[in-house]
Design a protein around this ligand. Structure first.
Ligand SMILES: Cc1ncc(COP(=O)(O)O)c(C=O)c1O
Length: 480
């Protein structure tokens, strides 16, 4: 007899907690208390979904969770039927040779890039601000990262872009590199010069992969920056679910028209990595997001998101004590995000005050700054609430007091690599108190989400400078 089901006389009693559904209860509370949303997912509680898709969900809900191969819905791996048709339409919209729909987010796209474009011991020049999924890919394949430290914006506690000159220098020092892999835009919206970087890579016959997870919307508007796909990158991932209106976990990987990446190998990698039970609901949301963004309404929403960003920035500029990250000759920014700080307050404090006092949720906070997204689904009435809330907070005398608000966010440190991530990952390990870990070699990948950029990778020396960033970790896995 299972211990949660008790037999008492003729009655079967089920432990009360086993009939509760905590996620359902949490969602019920969430639905009855809608917040003002300045974060992903961009459809913003269904505010901008293709009408036909919305109506299907409203009328048929769970009915849409069907298996893929019936009724010519098709299969994902290999793509057939309606799924193939939708994927091909997406490739056309992206101006790509081939686009693959992804489940499990852009993370699986990064695994597939590692699997297809690297080998055990091959050398990869990779931005230190990459998402943890890129490093996970390298742990899987056994390739060796040569870290590209991006520019540091110390006053903003964030990583900046990676310059073409720096990449050229690193490629000269590492002529056996097989892949250059960078993140652009960064989480906070900083854009690197992909056109020049692609040129440098291709002159040396090196593949360029760009993690454009946060630029998924760009391919859908002339008024947004050009996608890395157009600028010469070979392979690009896009988190459609973050800023382009599809459902969480639905993403894409695209190969450029002249890509150096072997298309069939990529298809094969994705087949090995993907679930064999794809969610048709998620695939449908990719299809719907494309059709929506290509419609007149979708185009208007994109323009509105850009204008809203410009408007919020213009208002914040006039608030005493508020500073926003501004574009200039050397700094190109993603046009639908606002990264700002309020003098005297930590980013986390600002995030907490917005949430607790104003029911406003922003995308993320750092040591000093706060990131707000202006989405295609952002509601006009929420914009003035955000601006008024920031004005009030900036004019109050709040102080950073709580432990959590003082906990540090992202070290902008040069890593000291002792061994490859894969070797360290599979090495014998032990768990020790974090305070005793200085001088030891890290065995785990330590990354907080968001932004999913890691603090320490397997195989790296733990230094005392790391400790302020590890306050949430009582213990660490280190090599024996
Ligand atoms: C730059 C970057 N790449 C990849 C990912 C992973 O994307 P997903 O959450 O779609 O798996 C993220 C997630 O935040 C990211 O910020």
């Amino acid at each position: 007899m299972k211990k949660n089901i008790l037999q008492t006389g003729n009655n079967t009693e089920i432990k009360k907690t086993q009939t509760e559904a905590p996620i359902i209860s949490a969602l019920e509370r969430f639905v009855s208390n809608p917040t003002k949303q300045f974060h992903i997912p961009a459809h913003t509680k269904g505010n901008c979904l293709l009408d036909e898709f919305k109506s299907l969900i409203n009328r048929h809900g769970a009915f849409l969770d069907c298996t893929d191969e019936f009724n010519n819905i098709g299969t994902l791996n290999p793509a057939t039927g309606a799924i193939k048709k939708a994927q091909d339409l997406m490739a056309e919209a992206m101006n790509a040779k081939r686009t693959f729909f992804l489940l499990n987010g852009s993370s699986i796209g990064n695994f597939a890039i590692a699997m297809t474009c690297t080998k055990p011991n091959s050398k990869v020049l990779i931005g230190r601000n990459c998402h943890r999924s890129a490093l996970t890919g390298l742990i899987m394949t056994g390739a060796n990262p040569v870290w590209l430290t991006p520019e540091k914006l110390d006053d903003w506690s964030i990583w900046g872009g990676i310059s073409p000159e720096f990449i050229e220098k690193k490629l000269t020092l590492n002529p056996d590199t097989s892949l250059v892999w960078i993140t652009s835009p960064t989480y906070e919206g900083i854009i690197s010069d992909i056109e020049k970087i692609a040129d440098i890579c291709h002159k040396k016959g090196v593949i360029l992969a760009v993690d454009e997870a946060h630029g998924a919307l760009w391919n859908f508007s002339e008024n947004l920056p050009k996608s890395a796909l157009e600028l010469g990158a070979d392979v690009v991932v896009h988190s459609m679910h973050k800023t382009a209106g599809s459902f969480s976990q639905s993403s894409m990987l695209s190969l450029a028209k002249n890509s150096l990446v072997n298309e069939h190998l990529m298809e094969h990698s994705l087949k090995l990595l993907h679930t064999t039970s794809p969610s048709v609901m998620l695939l449908a949301s990719l299809d719907a997001a494309r059709a929506y963004l290509m419609s007149e309404e979708g185009q208007n929403k994109i323009n509105k998101a850009i204008q809203t960003t410009v408007y919020i920035k213009s208002k914040l500029r006039n608030i005493h004590n508020v500073e926003i990250l501004e574009e200039n000759q050397w700094l190109k920014l993603e046009p639908t995000r606002v990264y700002f700080k309020i003098r005297g307050l930590k980013g986390r404090k600002i995030e907490n005050l917005l949430k607790l006092n104003y029911n406003i949720e922003i995308e993320a906070s750092t040591d000093y700054g706060v990131l707000a997204l202006c989405n295609i689904g952002t509601r006009e009435e929420d914009v003035s609430c955000l601006i008024n809330a920031i004005r009030e907070i900036a004019n109050e005398k709040y102080e950073d007091l709580s432990y959590l608000e003082n906990c540090k966010f992202m070290p902008l440190l040069e890593p000291q690599i002792i061994m490859s991530p894969q070797k360290a990952f599979y090495h014998e390990q032990e768990i020790i108190p974090t305070q005793e870990a200085v001088g030891r070699i890290c065995a785990e990948l330590i990354a907080e989400c968001p932004p999913g950029i890691f603090i320490l990778a397997p195989g790296e020396l733990i230094k005392k400078e790391h400790l302020p960033y590890l306050e949430n970790y009582k213990t660490l896995s280190v090599l024996k």
